[in-house]
Design a protein around this ligand. Structure first.
Ligand code: ADP
Ligand code: ZN
Length: 444
């Protein structure tokens, strides 16, 4: 790649809008041809009466139904492959998915293209070979770790694959190796400030940090500014999802005014989640993506459930790739706590399997200090409520342990009197989210 000081990939980053759309069409046609080799897509096309060869414009994609997470779940995941399994070199899966994981297969070319995209993001806001990059995201199946790792090495930065957690060591590493760039979950960035405080270190004067990449969970502009001020960095929002590789789908440029979607690699639609019709330009809708440069497992019209809107007008940085707003949240009821995705139904599944649990429960999310706190209020079966305290404690510990195993975060569990939780006639309100970004999203 011939970086020019401003663009990591000048060919792709300085395209005009027409050229970009012509490239999208070309890549979409290739993708559809490739898909026609997979058993899944053969049936998908046939059932939809969709003719991949008779494709003339980008809008024709709307002749296909949307794919969802459920489309990917269950069955043999290799049915999506458009290459022989031997050509696959890696799998990733989504972060919060336990049980039936949605698996994404990558060929060597896919991994390379992904690293290129993330390198483009990092370079765009000033990461260079002279930087020391500490990646504080989980490594492994989660895409936040390896996704950034390969990109930073590509740029030639010194990479510290610190992984997540172990706060005191993170700070020690930053100081020992003069870390200049971090990649960190936003809520954890706030928490880490408390640990800095305990150590008596001021992140502004006591480190060489200058850039932070924050993403993987919804967060407010206020949180970004707090991170920037406390750490003395410029913080950039990074958006992605494992189904579209991971990080590197959309990213803020130096303007910090919306995230550019790398439209040479992803075709974006913004749809009304109910009607699946395109929303008016600038209006909020669900982001739906089609991969345009994926070899092993292309996905067509994949519904992210993420709600955002598209910025109008051109970005002063000159890139014509459309910009999206912060992600407001998911259109379904999933929530993210400490960077981990949790479905209320996972909680319910656990609760209903434990003897002594009553008929109602509620999940309360709050911010305590700077960290997410998840409380699960559980109504206890009547006889137990009036029984021994020891028994109640045992029940509480058991629920906590089983929840931890299922959702991968440890919630606080409060046993409450039978009938004490609100229960309406309509659908139950399972999640009460009092956290700042949720209040913000609701506009209260
Ligand atoms: P899962 O698919 O189980 O959610 P992923 O690790 O693939 O696991 O997470 C992708 C999701 O994380 C996105 O669909 C989105 O909801 C959320 N996400 C990622 N980056 C951001 C961001 N910058 N802002 C808000 N939400 C984000
Ligand atoms: Zn820009």
């Amino acid at each position: 790649m011939n970086a020019d000081g401003t663009h990591w990939n000048p060919d792709m980053e300085t395209l005009g809008r027409e050229e970009l759309e012509a490239l999208q069409l070309e890549r979409l046609k290739e993708t559809l041809q490739r898909c026609a080799r997979s058993p899944f897509y053969q049936a998908w096309f046939r059932d939809a009466g969709f003719e991949p060869g008779g494709f003339e414009s980008l809008e024709d994609i709307r002749g296909l139904p949307c794919m969802e997470k459920d489309t990917l779940r269950g069955g043999d995941p290799t049915r999506f492959l458009t290459v022989p399994l031997d050509d696959v070199v890696r799998i990733h899966s989504s972060s919060g998915t336990t049980g039936q994981a949605t698996v994404i297969f990558h060929t060597a070319r896919d991994i390379e293209a992904w690293a290129e995209l993330v390198a483009r993001c990092m370079y765009m806001v000033g990461v260079r070979r002279s930087d020391v990059f500490q990646n504080m995201m989980g490594y492994g199946l989660f895409t936040g770790g390896l996704g950034f790792h390969y990109a930073a090495e590509k740029i030639g930065a010194l990479v510290i694959p610190a992984g997540s957690g172990n706060s005191r060591r993170q700070i020690q590493l930053m100081r020992d190796f003069h870390t200049t760039v971090i990649h960190i979950i936003p809520s954890y960035a706030l928490y880490l400030l408390e640990v800095f405080g305990e150590l008596g270190v001021d992140p502004r004067g006591g480190t060489d940090l200058r850039i932070a990449f924050i993403g993987a969970e919804p967060h407010t502009e206020g949180l970004r500014r707090r991170v920037e001020e406390a750490y003395g960095v410029s913080a950039y929002n990074s958006y992605g999802l494992s189904e579209m590789c991971g990080p590197g789908v959309a990213f803020e440029c130096p303007e910090q005014e919306g995230m550019h979607v790398w439209e040479d690699s992803f075709l974006m639609e913004v749809l009304d989640p109910l009607t699946l019709e395109p929303v008016e330009e600038g209006k909020e809708g669900e982001l739906v993506f089609t991969s345009l440069n994926r070899e092993g497992m292309p996905l067509l019209r994949y519904r992210t459930r993420d709600l955002a809107s598209v910025y109008r007008g051109e970005c002063p940085c000159g890139r014509v790739h459309r910009r999206i707003s912060r992600i407001k949240g998911r259109s379904d009821d999933m929530f993210i706590v400490k960077g981990v995705n949790v479905f209320p139904m996972q909680v319910e599944k656990v609760l209903l399997g434990v003897l002594g649990v009553g008929s109602n429960y509620q999940i309360v999310l709050d911010t305590v200090g700077a960290m997410d706190e998840m409380r699960v209020l559980v109504e206890v079966a009547g006889e137990l409520w009036h029984g021994e305290v020891r028994e109640l404690n045992r029940l509480r510990r058991r629920i906590m342990e089983e929840l931890r195993q299922e959702v991968l975060v440890t919630p606080l569990v409060e046993l409450v009197e039978p009938g004490s939780l609100p229960a309406g006639e309509g659908k139950a309100v399972r999640v009460v989210d009092k956290r700042e970004h949720a209040r913000h999203a609701r506009g209260d």
